[in-house]
Design a protein around this ligand. Structure first.
Ligand code: 5GP
Ligand code: ZN
Length: 113
C-alpha cells in the first residue's frame, strides 16, 4: 500500500522522530502550526477514526498516554495543549493514515469548527 506515514514509520521517508515504541511512532510536523506540533500515529495502518473499532481501539488510549508524556517532555503540560485528529474532507484530513496532532507552546486559536 502506498501510504506516506507508513513510509515514514519504515524510515523510507525521513522524519524528526520524538518518540517510538512497538505500537506508535511520533514525529515533528513538517509544517508546524505551533511551537510544539507533533504527530502521533499508530504503527498499524488505519485510515482515520472511521477505522477504529472495539477490537483495535486500545492503541488510541495508548496514543493519549504518549501525548501526555510528550507534553511533559516538551514542557507544555502545565501551559496547555490540544490533541486533535481530523477525519475526512470537512475536517481537512490530508493524510489518510490515522494521526493525532499534539499542539502547544502558544495560546491556541479557540475556533473548534
Ligand atoms: P491532516 O491535515 O491530515 O490532519 O494532517 C496532516 C499533517 O501531516 C499536516 O499537518 C502536514 O503538515 C503533515 N505532513 C504532511 N506530509 C508530511 C511529511 O512528509 N512529513 C511530516 N513530518 N509531516 C507531514
Ligand atoms: Zn499508513
Amino acid at each position: 500500500m502506498d501510504c506516506l506515514f507508513c513510509s515514514i514509520i519504515k524510515g523510507e521517508i525521513p522524519s524528526t522522530k520524538v518518540y517510538e515504541d512497538e505500537q506508535v511512532y511520533a514525529f515533528k510536523d513538517i509544517n508546524p502550526m505551533a511551537p510544539v506540533h507533533v504527530l502521533i500515529i499508530p504503527k498499524t495502518h488505519l485510515s482515520s477514526i472511521n477505522d477504529v473499532t472495539e477490537e483495535n481501539s486500545a492503541v488510541i488510549a495508548h496514543i493519549y498516554a504518549v501525548a501526555a508524556k510528550l507534553a511533559k517532555d516538551f514542557g507544555i503540560s502545565e501551559s496547555g495543549y490540544r490533541v486533535v485528529s481530523n477525519c475526512g474532507a470537512d475536517a481537512g484530513q490530508t493524510v489518510f493514515h490515522l494521526h493525532f496532532h499534539l499542539l502547544g507552546g502558544k495560546k491556541l486559536n479557540v475556533e473548534m469548527g
